[in-house]
Write a protein that binds this ligand. Structure first.
Ligand code: GLN
Length: 546
């Protein structure tokens, strides 16, 4: 067996940074010349997070193969720079879905279908699918969502308990992330929550091998000894995961602790010495900017920053590429109108309108876009942001008064953005999804599609190549009936599908930087390799600031 498995569970409470910890460990193992993949197992009943409100769950991350996934997959891609697929995320809902489908087909030959073994076997087969094929990775990290002790997480924990004996002790490692609070008034770290959490794990048959302690400051040696003693782990297997200002410092912090080295030893991995230069350079560049730009993000989900996770990171990456720090000003689009734009966007060097669904806040986005266009402030519109830019231009420049998207006004005479029914009939790659088109889940244009880039455009100046692939998640499209008139008025369609039937990028050539794209470039941005459109947007903002 080639692939070694690392299971990461979380204790005490949620939001301890399990995803970032798993991704950072993966990145460190990569620097030791090991190939790594990561999978997230989510205990909720939704088949995927695609139908969840961003306020509930944060961003829906989209993979090349069109899976709507947990936002932790975004961290995995950003830290590992390996494309994720539908294989890298599954939920209780998806597991039950496939078990029930098999039961209906009669695959279980009359057996009583139960959590153990049927649900747990299905989970195990999803985990083991990562190691299938020629290019099976050296290491598969499996992050189990939720907190140990949750009822809904039990089948997943039982599955990883079984996997340890199925695969052999030398091939599996259990890492448990807990919280070790520091009580200021007592002047000490407290280990009791960790002890309780490990006790909970032990009661379901899982002995952690490594304990990773989320803490404000590094945990003193005697506390580590105490945790090791009470939790049955090696003394040198208790590590601190300290709070960091910049999330990209985490791999280096873990390295200083000797975390990845211990993992490599315990799993007997053929690890080389870590090569950290790229991570060191990244952290150095982040800490030493040569300037500062302020970008306004005009959206509906601004109260929950998690809803724009990849976008936030992509802007940071754009800043790193231009050696400027990027300050983000989240503006609630529902509060914007023509009367307050000047004061709201004062001091902003760029305005970005991100993706979204539904009419609420759309008029505010359009007002913000008009302000950016008329005042020559760099503007970047993504998905709904591009659609709003088209509407704004159609209304205020082409004077098509009631211009709108079919999503917001079915009666408009000028539906510049519309539902392209043929999409679902002829072009949807995934037949199952097309057949389920009456459901809300998975009925969009999802995943990677090619896009032709026209020469001598801002898009081309960004990508520097004639064709790219970008990821989509939307139902509505630019309406080609309006291409001609908007072109006459000065809009340029600089990115189109290979057969020219779909507009993917629009820009305004007589503006310093005004560009909208129908896809979501933020999903493909990397800390060490900023997405070209974000790099150029921040470059334009830097110029504007100067
Ligand atoms: N609501 C728009 C559509 O479905 C935009 C979607 C998005 O921004 N992701 O086309």
């Amino acid at each position: 067996m080639k692939t070694k498995y690392i299971f990461v569970t979380g204790g005490v409470l949620s939001s301890l940074g399990k995803g970032l910890s798993a991704a950072s460990l993966g990145a460190l193992l990569q620097t030791r010349s090991l190939s790594v993949t990561i999978q997230k197992l989510d205990p909720y009943i939704n088949v995927d997070p695609g139908t969840m409100n961003p306020f509930q769950h944060g961003e829906v991350f989209v993979t090349d193969d069109g899976a709507e996934t947990d936002l932790d997959l975004g961290h995995y891609e950003r830290y590992l720079d390996v494309p994720m697929t539908h294989k890298n995320n599954t939920t209780s809902g998806a597991i039950y879905n496939s078990v029930i489908a098999k039961e209906r087909r009669g695959d279980y030959l009359g057996a009583t279908v139960q959590v153990i073994p049927h649900i747990t076997d299905e989970i195990k087969s999803k985990v083991l699918s990562l190691a299938e094929g020629e290019d099976a990775p050296d290491v598969a990290i499996i992050e189990i969502g939720g907190t140990v002790g949750d009822i809904e997480g039990l089948p997943f924990l039982e599955a990883i308990r079984q996997l340890r004996s199925d695969l052999g002790r030398d091939n599996c490692l259990n890492i448990h992330l807990t919280l070790v609070p520091y009580l200021r008034y007592a002047g000490e770290h407290k280990t009791k929550p960790t002890q309780h959490s490990v006790k909970e794990l032990l009661s379901i048959g899982i002995q952690p091998d490594i304990i990773l302690c989320r803490c404000e400051q590094s945990i003193p040696q005697e506390m580590r000894r105490k945790i090791a003693l009470f939790c049955n782990v090696d003394q040198d297997a208790v590590f601190s995961a300290v709070d960091v200002k910049n999330i990209y410092e985490l791999p280096l912090k873990f390295y200083e602790e000797g975390f990845d080295q211990k993992v490599a030893i315990m799993l007997r991995l053929p690890a080389r010495n870590a090569r950290l230069d790229a991570w060191e350079k990244l952290v150095h560049d982040c800490a030493d900017p040569r300037g500062n730009v302020t970008i306004a993000i005009v959206g509906k989900y601004v109260e929950l920053k998690e809803a724009y996770k990849s976008l936030h990171e992509a802007l940071v990456h754009g800043g790193v590429a231009n050696r400027v720090s990027v300050e983000l000003r989240y503006v609630n689009s529902e509060t914007v109108d023509e009367t307050n734009v000047v004061s709201l966007f004062k001091g902003c060097d760029g305005i970005l309108v991100p993706g979204g669904f539904g009419y609420r806040g759309v008029e505010g986005k359009i007002a913000a876009i008009r302000y950016a266009r008329e005042n020559r402030v760099p503007f970047f519109g993504i998905c709904l942001g591009m659609q709003c830019a088209v509407i704004e231009f159609a209304r205020n420049v082409a004077l098509l008064n009631d211009a709108n998207s079919e999503e917001f006004n079915q009666l408009s005479e000028h539906k510049v953005i519309y539902l392209m029914a043929e999409w679902f009939d002829f072009r949807t790659k995934n037949v199952e999804k097309r057949d389920a088109a009456s459901d809300k889940g998975g009925t969009m244009r999802l995943g990677a599609y090619p896009c032709k880039i026209l020469p001598e455009t801002k898009a081309y100046a960004s990508y520097l190549k004639p064709s790219v692939e970008e990821r989509h998640r939307h139902r509505y499209e630019f309406n080609n009936a309006f291409r001609e008139i908007l072109m006459q008025k000065g809009m340029l369609f600089s990115g189109v599908s290979p057969d020219d039937s779909l507009v993917e990028i629009m820009e305004l050539p007589d503006h310093p930087w005004f560009l909208g794209c129908q896809f979501h470039p933020e999903f493909k941005s990397r800390p060490m390799d900023a997405h070209p459109l974000f790099r150029e947007f921040i470059k334009a903002a830097k110029k504007y600031a100067e």
